[in-house]
Write a protein that binds this ligand. Structure first.
Ligand SMILES: N[C@@H](CCC(=O)N[C@@H](CS)C(=O)NCC(=O)O)C(=O)O
Length: 246
């Protein structure tokens, strides 16, 4: 009887180890909801939030009002000395820079690599688009609109020309492609759509960039089930209300 029970308990132990291995292989879910320090209108926060939705990840959103200095407290600066939002805390792993956070989320929790391909050449194209956004497209949007948003200045022609030049480059990158880095949505689309949403909500005319217009419609539709309207559009509308106050 005793040996029979021993055999049963050995079988149960082997079974439970097997189940644990199977779970950890398939689940790829965070130990606890990932904390995201954010503010709804912030463009990089919106990109991270949509990425989490695309991946089916629950976020523990921590409202951080940078207008009230909530990012300048000693606790916040200890976590992120650069005091920017978004900042992510995944069970003690702290990361800032939205594009790095998006890549991490796909690498750590994506069911597959489609949103950030592992293939070196495909990934390089996604990285090129992400770098184009941070260093050129979004930067030129910032240079164009920040003086308008926060100082009430008129848009400067030189900044409009630079914005249009960047939109022209994006238009060319989209030649023959459904999405910015290929045939399917990647984190590069999510990063870039936030920039284009702001331009659209602010009424900036980019209708002559046909590929951009068609891609924008396609990417919006693809992201609709993942909070495009509630997160991205709504955030852009908040920024637009700042613009209208001028
Ligand atoms: N490149 C960064 C930009 C982050 C950033 O500048 N966020 C703004 C809000 S949209 C911010 O935190 N501003 C406050 C500060 O820099 O002190 C990213 O993509 O995460």
């Amino acid at each position: 009887m005793a040996s029979y029970l021993n055999i049963i308990s050995v079988i149960l132990i082997i079974n439970s180890i097997g189940n644990a291995v199977a779970r950890s292989k398939n689940s790829r879910m965070p130990v606890q909801p990932i904390k995201l320090y954010y503010l709804p209108p912030s463009p990089p926060c919106r990109a991270v939030m949509m990425t989490a939705k695309v991946l089916g990840l629950e976020l523990d959103l921590v409202l951080t009002n940078i207008m009230e200095g909530q990012h300048m407290t000693p606790e916040y600066m200890k976590m992120n000395p650069q005091h920017t939002i978004p900042t992510m805390d995944d069970n003690g792993f702290i990361l800032w820079e939205s594009r790095a956070i998006m890549a991490y989320l796909v690498n750590a929790y994506g069911r597959d690599d489609s949103f950030y391909p592992k293939n070196p050449r495909q990934r390089a194209i996604v990285d090129q688009r992400l770098n184009f956004d941070i260093g050129t497209l979004f930067l030129r949007y910032v240079n164009l609109y920040v003086p308008v948003l926060f100082k009430g200045d008129e848009m400067e022609q030189e900044n409009i020309d630079k914005m249009n030049e960047a939109l022209g480059w994006l238009n060319t990158m989209l030649d023959g492609r459904a999405f910015v880095a290929g045939d399917n949505l990647t984190i590069a689309d999510i990063s870039i759509i936030v920039t284009i949403t702001n331009l659209d909500v602010f009424g900036y005319d980019f209708s002559s960039y046909e590929n951009v217009v068609n891609w924008f419609a396609r990417a919006k539709k693809t992201l609709e089930p993942y909070g495009y309207n509630e997160i991205d559009r709504a955030g852009g509308e908040i920024l637009n209300s700042f613009l209208k106050k001028q």
